[in-house]
Design a protein around this ligand. Structure first.
Ligand SMILES: Cc1ncc(COP(=O)(O)O)c(C=O)c1O
Length: 472
């Protein structure tokens, strides 16, 4: 196939070319970036995530960061992990420092099946597992394998920012589906499917985070799991179940995965980032064999194989360390931090502020009193030495201004209390500026309706719930 050399004018099939185009069009921003006119269409609209944009701010010692979703890795037995990795290199250097299989180490894939059994997935075979560089690469692979430009992906409103970035790079259109404190709303999913059918859209899959949602903090209830799988079957809908937090529940046993209910319709993404270490970058995809084949080809094209050393490290950790006890220790620590967050919010936040009450995972989703905008408020918050992630990053359509994500996973309880105290003062100061409101609603989730001024790809659905803690 002929390709266009870098210095030549765009070919007629390329986006941006038009009849009569000058053979050497002037770069759009020649002084800023002389290659500005040559980037692939998929890079248009790529933007720094709201979270990465905050990195320089949150690393300042005087700032209490409720922004990052960084696990509390210092709670790991660091000496034991260190010597385990040292032993791996000195004892098994020939394997651990060598290329490996594109699908991932067979021993690790077996152990991954043991981990998934904790969530009711008892029929998974190691041959259906592909080890990935974090579940983020799993998301990218699944999207590469299924999504063409213009395809529609259904995703919760709000959605994990890293998934939105992947979908956007694939030039997919995201249609958000409303959720409430029981997770994704089945009726809203069905409405979205109907709307897509009417519009002639090609829906490739539903992307969902059923447990301790990032950023919403809520968990899909058991009846809704059944209802959503029934809808998926009725509509022949593929489901991507992204589940990095499922084992991090505070008060109950892990819920039965969607994948445990349908092995052909659900592709499951897992990760060791939250239960062990994000720095090792080990995740996985569980998919039917035909899909698995394509995923392996895609990963080989991308990274050849996942890193051997970190795969061996995770397998050895699962074989030799008390990893279930470690997860319990993590959840106790996170529960204490969640409690500090919820208690401080209840004590300090002004009326009209609402938030979700997670029973696992890392995040609280907070809705500001009517009229306030979390992104606009951010400079004031940074000035007050507290950081959060504004809600707009979690919507593909740029809505979500009145929301923010608070992460309690990393700071100590005392820092959390101080952070919430600072935040409450910032909100109060903003409220003083916006002292006239016509309505104050009490639900944490808001329905976005087409024609409401948001992008037409936005969400439909009822969403207010009266079970959320109110700030009064
Ligand atoms: C819902 C969700 N999916 C995927 C990821 C990516 O995790 P990993 O570190 O496994 O790539 C994250 C990370 O925060 C997440 O919250």
């Amino acid at each position: 196939m002929a390709t266009t050399p870098p210095g030549s004018p765009a070919g007629s099939g390329q986006q941006g070319a038009h009849p009569g185009a000058h053979p050497h069009p002037a770069p759009r921003h020649p002084r800023l970036d002389p290659l500005a006119d040559r980037y692939a269409a998929r890079t248009h609209g790529m933007k720094t995530s709201e979270i990465r944009a905050l990195f320089s701010v949150v690393s300042r010692p005087e700032v209490v960061s409720l922004a990052g979703g960084m696990p509390a890795v210092t709670a790991l037995p660091l000496d034991a992990v260190g010597s385990m990795i040292g032993d791996l290199v000195s004892g098994m250097g020939a394997q651990t420092l060598q290329y490996g299989s594109g699908q991932g180490d067979p021993r690790l894939r077996e152990r991954i099946c043991d981990v998934m059994a904790l969530e009711g997935i008892t029929d998974a075979s190691p041959s259906e597992v592909v080890v990935t560089v974090g579940s983020q690469q799993g998301l990218d692979l699944v999207t590469r394998v299924f999504v063409d430009p213009g395809d529609v992906i259904l995703a919760e409103a709000p959605s994990y920012v890293g998934a939105l970035g992947v979908f956007q790079s694939a030039q997919a259109r995201v249609r958000h589906v409303a959720m409430d404190d029981d997770g994704l709303i089945p009726e809203a999913l069905e409405e979205a499917l109907v709307a897509c059918r009417v519009a002639g859209d090609r829906v490739k899959f539903l992307y969902t985070v059923p447990n301790f949602h990032n950023p919403a903090g809520v968990t899909l209830s058991e009846p809704r799991r059944e209802a959503i799988m029934a809808i998926a079957e009725r509509w022949d809908l593929l489901v991507i179940e992204d589940n990095p937090y499922g084992l991090l529940g505070f008060d109950r046993e892990p819920m039965r995965a969607l994948r445990a209910r349908d092995s052909q319709r659900v592709i499951y993404l897992g990760s060791f980032s939250k239960t062990f270490s994000p720095g090792l970058r080990v995740g996985w995809v569980l998919a039917p064999l035909a899909v698995r084949e394509k995923l392996v080809l895609a990963t080989e094209a991308q990274v050849l194989c996942p890193p051997s050393l970190t795969q061996y490290a995770v397998a050895r950790y699962l074989d030799t360390q008390p990893w279930r006890e470690q997860i319990k220790l993590f959840t106790e620590l996170y529960r204490e931090r969640r409690d500090a967050t919820l208690e401080s919010l209840a004590a300090l936040m002004p009326a009209g502020t609402t938030w979700t009450r997670p029973d696992g995972g890392f995040y609280v989703w907070l809705k500001l009193p009517a009229g306030l905008d979390a992104k606009l408020m951010q400079p004031r918050a940074v000035g007050a030495h507290v950081a959060y992630v504004p809600g707009i990053g979690f919507y593909a359509d740029g809505s979500g201004q009145e929301y923010m994500r608070l992460s309690y996973c990393y700071p100590e309880p005392d820092q959390i209390r101080e952070g919430v105290r600072r935040l409450s003062r910032v909100v109060e100061a903003e409220l003083d500026l916006h002292s006239t409101f016509d309505t104050v609603d009490t639900g944490t989730f808001r329905a976005i309706r087409p024609g409401s001024g948001h992008d037409a790809e936005s969400m439909v659905g009822p969403a207010n719930s009266d079970t959320y803690e109110d700030g009064r």
